[in-house]
Design a protein around this ligand. Structure first.
Ligand code: ZN
Length: 271
């Protein structure tokens, strides 16, 4: 449900995009816990002694005050008090993970549609990625866990335990088909003749199921299965978004560039 428009509104918010506007201002896109995605104008954001004091840094979380306009145009951002700054030192993987989470919030949500659970999942991920420099295997796991949580909350979670097309049980042994257009795993009958299908190893599927579970504790994703999982997530998000997830390209465990496939081949392994 869209939040009521017009008037001042306070919320915790993640800065998911910021673009300089004029001499000293910025257009700032926020994903706010109580307001959903809002596009705001922060006047004087770049002045040396402005009101915002670090609260508009990309991927930071701030307590914001937004003056909502009734016209449906840009809202006015009048205060941003920094709560958590995204700091990852020199980890390109962690920066990429943070940018990827912000892009998914932007791409998979409508304006002014509050989703507190989605905010909480994204905020927790940005906190996990921030601070101490983590090994790439941990960054990879944190990101996959976040992707699956974001997809589940926004109604795009892939089927992993039954056939996405007919609901039937999956084969209990061997590789399982994953249909991009159907949104998940496919039974032997439904995979026949379908396009945009990849084949997932038992280890890859078990890993995806584990990371999709809200009770998941371990976040370590070793390269042996990490490259396959990364390839599946890249392919699934590409189908969902209609283009590759740009910020994901520097994440750890990227699959090797595809080898040429035989003509007419409809199914490929991931990676
Ligand atoms: Zn089926």
């Amino acid at each position: 449900m869209a939040a009521e428009r017009a008037g001042p509104a306070k919320s915790r918010a993640i800065v998911i995009r910021t673009v300089a506007f004029g001499e000293t201002s910025s257009v700032v896109t926020l994903f706010a816990r109580e307001l959903g995605k809002v596009r705001t104008l922060a006047k004087g954001a770049w002045r040396p002694k402005g009101h915002f004091d670090g609260g508009l840094d990309l991927l930071s979380t701030s307590e914001v005050l937004v003056l909502r306009t009734a016209s449906g145009g840009l809202d006015l951002l009048t205060e941003a008090c920094l709560e958590h700054r995204f700091r990852v030192g020199t980890s390109l993987a962690a920066v990429s993970g943070g940018m990827h989470v912000a892009a998914l919030l932007d791409d998979l949500t409508a304006d002014a549609d509050p989703q507190p659970e989605l905010f909480d999942a994204a905020h927790a991920t940005l906190r996990d990625l921030s601070g101490t420099v983590m090994p790439d295997d941990i960054v990879a796991g944190v990101v996959v866990r976040a992707e699956l949580a974001i997809l589940r909350i926004t109604g795009h979670g892939p089927a992993l335990c039954e056939c996405a097309a007919c609901g039937a049980a999956l084969p209990t042994a061997g590789r399982v088909a994953f249909g991009m257009l159907d949104g998940g795993t496919l039974c032997g009958r439904c995979r026949q003749g379908r396009r945009a299908v990849i084949s997932v190893s038992p280890a890859g599927l078990a890993t995806l199921r584990g990371f999709a579970s809200p009770d998941r504790r371990s976040i370590d994703l070793p390269p042996a299965v990490g490259a396959e999982v990364r390839a599946i997530m890249n392919a699934y998000l590409s189908h969902l978004l209609g283009r590759p997830p740009v910020a994901a390209r520097w994440l750890p465990h990227q699959p090797a560039p595809k080898a040429a496939r035989p003509r007419g081949s409809r199914e490929r392994h991931a990676p």
